[in-house]
Design a protein around this ligand. Structure first.
Ligand SMILES: [Zn+2]
Ligand SMILES: [Zn+2]
Length: 134
């Protein structure tokens, strides 16, 4: 039991390191490909399970993308996200004190805030589509 516990921990550590190494809201598949370089025998379901445990432990958070896929985030402070409607990339956006005050009043009213997000078209995709569209 002790051995498998330790193994779980080193896999979890590798999963956490992969989320940090990716640095930009990886999906479980992204994490899987990074972890596989270090632990070639790891399965996608093991990666999923460890991501779930890390979210439960509060080490990382999970944000749902525009196609309802989950992205994992290591940045612990409360921030918002902007999703590109074209390529699906997720970018952090700082919430100002005013934004947080608005959230605080919602929380006071009993609203359970999940994630704050905006949608748009990222600079790369906007450039490809023609800048006059924005
Ligand atoms: Zn884009
Ligand atoms: Zn984020």
């Amino acid at each position: 039991v002790q051995y498998s516990e330790r193994r779980m921990t080193s896999q979890r550590q590798a999963v956490l390191e992969a989320v940090i190494a990716h640095g930009c809201h990886p999906t479980a598949d992204d994490v899987f490909y990074i972890v596989k370089r270090k632990l070639p025998g790891i399965s996608l379901s093991t990666v999923y399970r460890n991501l779930g445990v890390l979210v439960e432990q509060g080490e990382i958070s999970a944000v749902r993308g525009p196609c309802s896929e989950l992205h994992y985030d290591h940045d612990g402070h409360r921030h918002g996200h902007v999703y590109c409607e074209v390529c699906g990339s997720v970018t952090d956006v700082e919430l100002s004190a005013g934004d947080l005050a608005a959230l605080a009043s919602l929380v006071d009213s009993g609203y359970l805030i999940g994630t704050v997000y905006l949608t748009g078209i990222c600079a790369g995709c906007a450039g490809a589509e023609g800048k006059e569209k924005i």
